[in-house]
Design a protein around this ligand. Structure first.
Ligand code: BES
Ligand code: MN
Ligand code: ZN
Length: 494
């Protein structure tokens, strides 16, 4: 699908579908919807609203085939004007696209710039959200289906006649395309079978698609760097671990940051094997890696004045004769010893070394993103991701930025008391304690592998993969984190 914006009246663009909108309770539409209504003999007010009782409830969609014309009008409900927001525009557009793709011949569609009229939202943000919604809504993972998605929309045009709004919206479309394609890239990586996506192929993907300089280290090189914790997790698999380091550099960066993604390409649990129902979706255990690789792609195109490093310690957590075992003691890169209490708490063990590697780069800030704990999923469900860290300012700034990008993060405590359960008789720490407060205990565990750099940890166990469609209509891999990371990095410029 091609997304464009044209400085024209919506009526002057020839399309199969004209998309307009309606706030809840409005009887006589104003703005561009009003113009379309009048151009077609008040068919929206007299027929759709008056006769068909279309109320404009949020996400309600009315499709109207125009008599004697090979054309449709789609009226999208915006809901109550006081509840309206940028994120709602994205979810609504995704739904519109899915509706249009599920029926008939809608190759060329033209849309009103939702939100920038009567609602008075910033045209740039509105255009970005429409663009993101359109590209997100059209996404499907059908590479293994013989019957591919039909009814593709070829052209999606936003019509905006006002000079000033047009110029702003144009930037929004550009950013939207970059961000949405990155999100879809992350989704593709997450949805891919682990049979094809293992450390080597993930690394190859990063080299070919991250858009930035990418170095891949093999097992011997990882060993030489002292990353024994990372290697221990991967030692039960036939696939060799890979350390992936992507870097975006620029002249006189305002800041240097490292983003670290958990990259377990499949989490069977190791010798502490997961039960079948928990193992089923564990190809998603590299969602953090998918997020940082895809973020780099967006960064390579947006070119911020920030130096960005992305690190993925990629391996597979499998049971086998060579697998690491409960009771093993491993000396991590920082010299800290870890007693393995449970081989299924592998993410934090790999991150211990990946975070230490990131800190050695001498960056100003570190963010890790990981499908880390079932406990976080129990606490926050599939709606919000968990956030913790050693720097309150960074935490609140990230939460705020993320919410503007339409992602929810909820802070969980990271008090020292949570480390109590991690005390080991034979090593500096165990990798797990009890079941209670599991997300926080994991956070405290990670914090011990960072000495001083401001750091936040994002636990996306509940938000990375949807068993049933979310608000945006996304099923399977979500690509959570990309939108927030990109926006957060952009705000560091200021
Ligand atoms: N990858 C899982 C966490 C997870 C659970 C992600 C559900 C997505 C959905 C992680 O490696 C794990 O297995 N964690 C264990 C830790 C436990 C053994 C302390 C868990 O949460 O059960
Ligand atoms: Mn696990
Ligand atoms: Zn895991």
């Amino acid at each position: 699908m091609q997304i464009k914006i044209e400085k024209k009246s919506i009526l002057d663009i020839d399309a199969d579908v004209i998309i307009v909108n309606l706030f809840e309770g409005v009887k006589i539409p104003g703005g561009v919807t009003g113009i379309v209504d009048k151009a077609y003999n008040n068919i929206i007010s007299n027929f759709v609203i008056e006769k068909e009782n279309f109320e404009g409830k949020y996400l309600d969609i009315y499709k109207l085939a125009l008599p004697n014309e090979n054309k449709k009008i789609l009226i999208a409900g915006l809901g109550k004007s006081e509840d309206f927001s940028l994120v709602k525009i994205r979810n609504l557009t995704a739904k519109i696209i899915k509706t249009l793709m599920s029926c008939g011949n809608n190759k060329k569609v033209v849309s009103i710039l939702h939100g920038a009229g009567i609602a008075g939202l910033c045209p740039e943000g509105c255009a970005q959200m429409i663009t993101e919604g359109a590209i997100s809504g059209a996404y499907s993972f059908d590479k293994y289906k013989t019957k591919k998605q039909e009814n593709k929309i070829e052209e999606f045009i936003i019509a905006e006649i006002d000079d000033e709004k047009f110029e702003k919206a144009k930037n929004g479309v550009e950013t939207g395309i970059i961000v949405a394609n990155s999100v879809n890239m992350a989704r593709d990586l997450i949805n891919e079978s682990s049979q094809y996506l293992y450390p080597e192929t993930l690394a190859k993907f990063a080299v070919e698609n991250s858009g930035v300089k990418t170095t891949v280290y093999n097992k011997d090189q990882i060993k030489n760097m002292g990353m024994n914790a990372f290697l221990a997790v991967g030692q039960g698999s036939v696939h060799e671990p890979k350390l992936i380091h992507m870097e975006y550099k620029c002249e006189n960066p305002k800041k240097k940051i490292a983003i670290v993604g958990k990259g377990i390409t499949f989490d069977a649990g190791g010798l502490d094997l997961k039960p079948p129902s928990s193992m089923l979706t564990m190809r998603d255990d590299m969602s953090g890696a998918a997020a940082v690789i895809s973020t780099m792609k967006a960064i390579s195109e947006l070119k911020p004045d920030i130096e960005v490093h992305a690190i993925v310690a990629a391996c597979e957590n499998m049971p086998s004769g060579s697998a690491y075992k409960p009771g093993d003691v491993i000396i991590a890169k920082t010299g800290r010893s870890i007693e393995i209490d449970n081989t299924d708490a592998e993410g934090r063990v790999t991150l211990a070394d990946a975070l230490a590697y990131a800190e050695e780069l001498g960056v100003d800030e570190i963010i890790d993103i990981a499908t880390l704990t079932g406990a976080c999923m129990v606490a926050l469900g599939t709606v919000a991701s968990g956030i913790m860290g050693n720097n309150e300012e960074m935490i609140s700034s990230f939460i705020k930025t993320a919410s503007k990008a339409g992602e929810k993060y909820w802070q969980l405590p990271m008090d020292e008391e949570y480390a109590e359960s991690l005390k080991s008789d034979i090593a500096d720490t165990k990798n797990t304690g009890g079941r209670m407060g599991g997300a926080s205990a994991a956070g405290v565990f990670l914090s011990k592998f960072i000495s001083k750099t401001p750091w936040i940890h994002l636990d996306i166990a509940g938000t990375a993969f949807m068993e049933k469609p979310n608000q945006e209509g996304v099923k399977g891999g979500v690509g959570v984190g990309v939108r927030s990371l990109v926006k957060y990095i952009k705000t560091l410029e200021k």
